[in-house]
Write a protein that binds this ligand. Structure first.
Ligand SMILES: Cc1cc2nc3c(=O)[nH]c(=O)nc-3n(C[C@H](O)[C@H](O)[C@H](O)COP(=O)(O)OP(=O)(O)OC[C@H]3O[C@@H](n4cnc5c(N)ncnc54)[C@H](O)[C@@H]3O)c2cc1C
Length: 507
């Protein structure tokens, strides 16, 4: 028999946990008339949220106002953002910060007791609320702590959802695999929230956690939901250059504090590309770095933080100092940091309305897996944690509406997992990275798509078993391939360069 819940949330990052906390604060939950389960494929804190550094954007200071934040968001997004969504999220931001403060988040304050708001690239005012350079960890920790105080919740960690279908009674059926107990379980719900995060694992180098394989987008597409602007991938200009596939992020805030980009001859170069210098938007900086690497025939450029006041550097960036030392043995007070543009954020995803609902009734997408219209063609720094919290709150009234209380226990769905292909993940990542990176070409995209389709067609089929690590890894590889094809198709369909999409043939 399947276990039935009114609402199932897949994901334990800022999107999943804030949705859970807003839902459990309602009268329905307190009265015991609402059942909720949350599933995460790793530990609760194995999320991109936990790794966010810079902070959360929200207007607070007197010299700032909503109009300026709206303008900055529209400019970054190439003015193809949904203006109504931009206004709704930005106007809601100060109240959302109060929710986080009520939940107990740690945030840096100045000596006078006011919040220490900082500026990041693309923001015209200092409006980034942060805790040192580990805001994401402070946020995740707060949300986990609050979640643990809620009674009657069903939380399944290390459980990976492998399949989702919708039946004729409008109920969603999920097949979930417990990676520790090595058993599969059938779960069903009336309302399903996908909060599965980004797609970093599609690329050879990413700042994302390994959980970011695009699973929610895969489920949504199979259920018939619309997927939009998947090719709007933001590359962070300053991923730490190192051997591994996960590239530690050197936050933009360090450039906000005065660090500058220099080439391998130690010459500053950003002013040659943009009058805003090292603080130009991420896509501009990423392209400038690649051009400089080509010109100087080098594998990376450098970020020079040595001119930042050492006391400021130490108090504002302890995590970056620690990681640069631990990963590559650098002393930030003395050494230059080797950096390269690295996959960072999916601006597109599952298309949703202003309440986070997709075109499939009862199916919601929140957080990085969703395309809400806030970011347009490029996300303004620190607007993504904000977006996730905002839509978690906006979704609650609709999630509570239309809960279908059909006795679903009689509907045990027998999941048919599609036959898996044995996929070489690094080969797929190489094709996607080479053809859908910072700069793209028509030929590259067409070839890339062709190669991915060939892999799909010719790869050997795997025996369908769900009880070993190999199967799960390969299941994720199949998802990466499927989402990679969607991404390249979307990139190939774009007829102009905008935001993060930059096709040399369209210049
Ligand atoms: C290094 C780094 C720094 C960043 N800095 C900032 C910043 O300063 N400000 C900002 O606004 N944004 C920042 N971002 C972006 C931001 O952190 C993310 O967009 C945001 O945290 C995404 O939250 P989420 O809840 O959507 O996904 P995540 O936090 O990634 O959570 C995804 C969840 O989905 C679960 N999941 C996925 N697939 C399945 C499945 N099949 N079955 C079960 N569970 C599944 C995972 O286990 C996980 O719990 C940064 C991102 C990175 C990587």
């Amino acid at each position: 028999m399947s276990k039935h819940f009114d609402i199932i949330i897949v994901g334990s990052g800022v999107a999943g946990l804030s949705t859970l906390l807003y839902l459990t604060a309602t009268e329905q939950y307190k009265k015991g008339t609402l059942s909720i389960a949350l599933i995460a494929k790793g530990e609760l804190d194995q999320t991109n949220t936990d790794w966010a550094q810079g902070g959360i954007a929200a207007v607070n200071a007197v010299q700032d106002n909503f109009e300026k934040h709206i303008q900055d968001t529209m400019v970054a997004g190439g003015h193809v953002n949904n203006i109504n969504i931009v206004k709704k999220v930005i106007n809601a931001a100060p109240a959302l910060m109060q929710d986080l403060i009520k939940w107990g988040i740690r945030l840096d304050k100045k000596i006078d007791g006011s919040f220490d708001l900082v500026k990041e690239g693309g923001h015209s005012e200092a409006r980034i609320w942060h805790y040192q350079d580990t805001t994401g960890h402070a946020l995740q920790e707060t949300l986990v702590k609050e979640t643990k105080l809620v009674e009657k919740l069903v939380i399944k960690t290390n459980n990976i959802v492998l399949n989702v279908v919708k039946d004729d009674n409008d109920l969603f059926h999920l097949l979930s695999f417990d990676k520790i107990a090595k058993i599969t379980e059938n779960l069903s719900c009336s309302q399903l929230v996908l909060a599965t995060g980004g797609v970093g694992s599609l690329f050879e180098k990413t700042t994302n956690q390994s959980i970011a394989t695009g699973d929610g987008i895969y489920f949504a597409q199979k259920l018939g939901a619309k997927i939009k602007n998947l090719s709007f991938i933001q590359f962070h200009p300053t991923g730490l250059y190192s051997d591994g596939s996960i590239s530690f992020l050197i936050s933009e805030a360090i450039r906000g504090a005065g660090a500058i980009l220099v080439n391998n001859k130690k010459e500053p170069f950003m002013e040659l590309y943009d009058p805003r210098g090292s603080l130009a938007p991420r896509d501009v900086v990423s392209r400038a770095i690649l051009s400089e690497m080509q010109k100087t025939n080098s594998k990376h450029v450098y970020l020079d933080a040595t001119q930042i006041d050492p006391v400021y550097l130490k108090t504002h960036f302890p995590n970056i100092i620690k990681n640069c030392f631990e990963i590559v043995g650098l002393d930030l007070f003395r050494d230059l940091i080797p950096v390269i543009p690295t996959q960072h954020y999916a601006c597109g995803g599952i298309e949703v309305n202003e309440f986070g609902e997709t075109n499939i009734p009862g199916l919601f997408a929140i957080g990085e897996c969703a395309e809400t219209g806030l970011h347009g063609a490029n996300r303004l720094a620190s607007n993504s944690l904000l977006e996730a919290i905002a839509f978690a709150k906006f979704a609650v009234p609709l999630l509570l509406d239309n809960i279908n209380r059909l006795n679903s226990s009689i509907y045990l769905y027998t999941h048919q997992l599609p036959a898996l292909k044995i996929i070489d993940r690094s080969e797929v990542q190489r094709i996607i990275s080479e053809t859908a990176g910072v700069t793209r070409t028509n030929e590259g995209l067409i070839n890339g798509l062709h190669l991915l389709r060939q892999i799909q067609k010719n790869a050997p089929t795997m025996e369908t078993r769900s009880d070993d690590e190999n199967f799960i890894a390969n299941w994720e590889n199949n998802v990466i391939l499927a989402i990679g094809m969607l991404l390249l198709e979307d990139a190939a369909s774009k007829d102009k360069n905008i935001g993060v999409h930059y096709n040399l043939d369209l210049v």
